[in-house]
Ligand binder design. Structure first.
Ligand code: GRF
Length: 200
């Protein structure tokens, strides 16, 4: 049984999509061992508790990055976590954290990277006027929104869109993409050469 650890800071819809995929057998042989948030009041944590999951708040406020990361990594290791899934976790991981889980930390980002890294990617894409945007699931490395790409889904930008309708359609694809990426990574049937991830 694979143990997943989810890190989130907010709404938690990607976390819910992952939990639903596990319950429905779309992510086989996996369980969520721990859900960790740096924000006590995040809606995602309320959902985690309501679903009976092990939900831990580890506040980040007032702590140096690595000090906080050491607490988070200790909790992940205590819970036997094999794969860490960032799901709206609004913190940069320290290089030390990344090194603790080589090719074992995933992130989802609401644009087709390398376009529009950072905050409010959907708004950035909309304002730029691109005709296609989407989402990316990638390994986390030491740079923001940067590691090897595992899955991308394209989403057309419609003439009738505003940044909210675009973000909503991207979010639907995020939920599909994250399940696909987790399933592939847990299967172990992949190779990474430099930046190139490929299914084998
Ligand atoms: C998503 O758009 C995700 O791509 C980004 O943060 C947002 C989190 O949403 N990293 P949710 O908390 O999963 O609903």
């Amino acid at each position: 049984m694979h143990s997943l650890g989810i890190l989130l800071s907010g709404r938690g819809s990607n976390f819910v999509a992952i939990a639903d995929s596990i319950d429905a057998g779309r992510i086989p042989d996996a369980r969520i061992s721990v859900v960790i948030s740096n924000k006590a009041e995040s809606p995602g944590m309320a959902t985690a508790r309501a679903r009976g999951l092990n939900a831990l708040v580890i506040p980040s406020k007032g702590k140096a990055r690595e000090e906080h990361d050491r607490e988070v990594v200790a909790a992940l290791k205590q819970n036997g976590v094999e794969l860490v899934c960032l799901a709206g976790y609004m913190r940069l991981l320290s290089p030390w954290f990344v090194q603790q889980f080589p090719h074992r930390i995933l992130n989802i980002h609401p644009s087709l990277l390398p376009a529009f890294p950072g905050l409010e990617a959907q708004e950035q894409a909309f304002a730029y006027g691109v005709k296609v945007s989407g989402c990316t699931v990638h390994f986390v490395d030491e740079e923001l929104d940067h590691g090897a790409i595992i899955v991308q889904k394209a989403v057309p930008v419609l003439d009738s869109d505003d940044e909210h309708t675009l973000a909503a359609r991207i979010l639907e694809q995020e939920h599909i993409a994250y399940t696909e990426a987790i399933t592939t990574v847990l299967s172990g049937k992949f190779q990474v050469n430099g930046r190139r991830f490929r299914n084998i």
